[in-house]
Ligand binder design. Sequence first.
Ligand code: GTP
Ligand code: MG
Length: 202
Amino acid sequence: MKILTAEFLRSCVTPEDFPKDRTPEVAFVGRSNVGKSSLINSLLNRKALAKVSRTPGKTRAVNFFRVTTADARLKSFYLVDLPGYGYAKASKSAIAQWGPMIERYLTARHELHALFLLLDARGTEEHDASTYGWLCDHVQRPVLVLTKTDKLSRRERDASLAAVRETFHLSASDRCVAYSSATHEGRDELWKAIRDLVNRSS
Ligand SMILES: Nc1nc2c(ncn2[C@@H]2O[C@H](COP(=O)(O)OP(=O)(O)OP(=O)(O)O)[C@@H](O)[C@H]2O)c(=O)[nH]1
Ligand SMILES: [Mg+2]
């Protein structure tokens, strides 16, 4: 994808802060530390546009990035970096940890054209499965992305993809993208998914 411009728009801590210009949005959710901010940087070919941290829970607000590309079907949109779940008490559900702002963003945002749920290729947790179910029921069926595939051998990566397809009951036509922000594996495939989803609902 030829990126023309990519810039941080703003960090929102209440729904009143969300942009009001009706631009299509593409959002990324997943466990804290799974690699959401890194994936946004990788997609945009930028080193540190989204803040990355070894400490889980780095992204607490809803961060909007304004992107324009040379693709006529994907001219202008926002990438949305959402806070992770799973860093607080395990007993609290992922949805409860997110709090009302994120819940409101996900359930009431008409601009949300494409939703991606990131899963660590090294293994998923109960929180991931329950979040997937909640997103399917209350938001839209997210496209699954397995992150950090560079940490696995080819064989482990393929086994992880197969395991996730089975655990999440994906059909043959459901996408599951293997991604590495270190090697950019999956970048073209993810851009294709973004383009298809943004166009489908516009
Ligand atoms: N090897 C490798 N490390 C990665 C990859 N993606 C992210 N990381 C590392 O994982 C850690 C967390 O990455 P972030 O992108 O900050 O994760 P996040 O999902 O945004 O985390 P929160 O903002 O806390 O929800 C950082 O140390 C990254 O360098 C990847 O594809 N490969
Ligand atoms: Mg982050």
